[in-house]
Design a binder for this molecule. Structure first.
Ligand code: ADP
Ligand code: MG
Length: 256
């Protein structure tokens, strides 16, 4: 996968909720192959930005370009078809089905048309092979035959990432994948995401600064809906604007 080619770009994106400007002329660029982290204090507008990228929210003004196309007004399912997927977006976990059945359904949602010329039994086998591969990718190989509802919280989040991966996205949007996890579960998720590096481009919103600084190739910082800085982890650590926004505390913890 070639780095540096631009995969996603927002241009002066604005989202207003009544009088509140949740996204304030945000211009963001994500390169093919990178893990791009989006950080910012609570209420900075991170989720609102992700929702506009996925198509869940329509921007008030500005543009979104993805993979050489303008997608600002495209509905969510068409963005997914182009390869822009958010964990949780199309398929959510069916708690009474096995891990493998969940993943096979997500594979089917993606390949629905491409396998239409295959015999049903062969298409089914191919789907389950693809599902088993995704289970391995997200560290759920040993849990493949377990009922999804019986998995731990952390494993269910791993499965959610798997469901998104089954859609074979060019860009995976992850909004706080480690929320509610203990240290061991967080560590497993970091390892999982590390393993996808170079294979899937990611825009990662995450609170855990330790995880962000370990994973990200580049980081953009959002404050009051504005992108105040974009750069390498080192540049972001040293940015006076970012330090000001965090009042030092969270960045201290990562040895900045
Ligand atoms: P973050 O994810 O960075 O914590 P959000 O994007 O959730 O921030 O929220 C940004 C701001 O927009 C907050 O002030 C929040 O209260 C507001 N907001 C988010 N969604 C809505 C909505 N649907 N209606 C009104 N205000 C909203
Ligand atoms: Mg949020």
């Amino acid at each position: 996968m070639t780095r540096h080619a631009e995969l996603l770009r927002t241009e002066r994106l604005v989202k207003r909720f009544g009088g509140l400007v949740a996204t304030d002329h945000a211009s963001l660029s994500v390169a093919t192959g990178e893990i791009h982290a989006l950080i910012g204090p609570n209420g900075a507008g991170k989720s609102t930005l992700v929702h506009q990228l996925s198509g869940a929210l329509r921007p008030s003004s500005g543009q979104i370009h993805f993979d050489g196309r303008e997608v600002t007004a495209l509905p969510m399912h068409e963005r997914v078809r182009l390869g822009l997927a958010r964990s949780y977006q199309i398929t959510s976990v069916f708690k009474r089905l096995t891990v493998l059945d969940n993943l096979a359904l997500a594979v089917q949602a993606h390949d629905g048309s491409s396998m239409r010329f295959w015999r049903p039994a062969r298409a089914e086998r191919a789907r389950y092979e693809a599902a088993a591969q995704v289970a391995e990718r997200v560290g759920l190989g040993p849990q493949a035959q377990r009922i999804a509802g019986a998995l731990s919280h952390g494993q269910q989040r791993q499965l959610e990432v798997g469901l998104a991966l089954a859609l074979r996205p060019k860009l995976l949007l992850l909004d706080e994948p480690m929320a509610g996890m203990g240290p061991d579960e967080s560590e497993r998720m970091v390892t999982l995401l590390q393993g996808l590096r170079g294979e899937t481009t990611m825009l990662l919103v995450e609170h855990d600064m330790d995880a962000v600084f370990r994973l990200a190739d580049r980081i953009s910082a959002l404050v009051f809906g504005k992108v105040i800085a974009s750069g390498t982890p080192d540049e972001i650590r040293k940015s006076p604007e970012v330090r000001q926004a965090y009042l030092g505390d969270e960045l201290e913890e990562v040895g900045a």
